[in-house]
Design a protein around this ligand. Structure first.
Ligand code: 9YT
Length: 129
């Protein structure tokens, strides 16, 4: 059994801070669960282009508000506490935060640690996947 607290993650190598989001990576590939589990803060007033070509991600908002726009058709979905979106089609999208949005995120396959978006908004797969 694994037990962790957010306080065990903050300020460590599993606390990944970028211009538009900060991700506390609580469970990683090495934890052996088959997914990774993150608490992510999308920073207020930001827009992030994301396109997980090699991962599936589910995202559940627990605080804050914003929107997700699908790049293919311009469709916008509002996000507020209780909203879940699941990128089951590797959808390219723009994520905008009106206020700091706290999101619980699950990735399959799991991320390994320090991944940040490449120029397309994607994460690489580890060499053995
Ligand atoms: C919602 C989303 O994908 N935000 C970008 C960061 C990602 N959730 C992560 O690596 O934790």
């Amino acid at each position: 059994m694994i037990v962790k607290h957010l306080n065990d993650i903050i300020g460590t190598e599993n606390d990944v801070d970028t211009e538009t989001w900060r991700s506390y990576r609580i469970l990683l590939k090495k934890d052996g669960m088959g997914f990774s589990f993150h608490h992510t803060i999308i920073k207020a007033g930001t827009e992030t282009l994301i396109w997980y070509k090699k991962h599936l991600e589910a995202v559940y908002c627990i605080e804050g508000s914003g929107e997700i726009e699908l790049a293919d058709n311009g469709k916008i979905h509002l996000i507020n506490p209780g909203t879940l979106y699941a990128l089951n089609g590797h959808e390219k999208h723009l994520l905008r935060a009106e206020s700091d949005m706290h999101m619980v995120c699950v990735f399959n396959p799991p991320v390994t640690g320090r991944e940040v978006h490449d120029k397309d908004g994607s994460y690489p797969l580890p060499a053995d996947d």
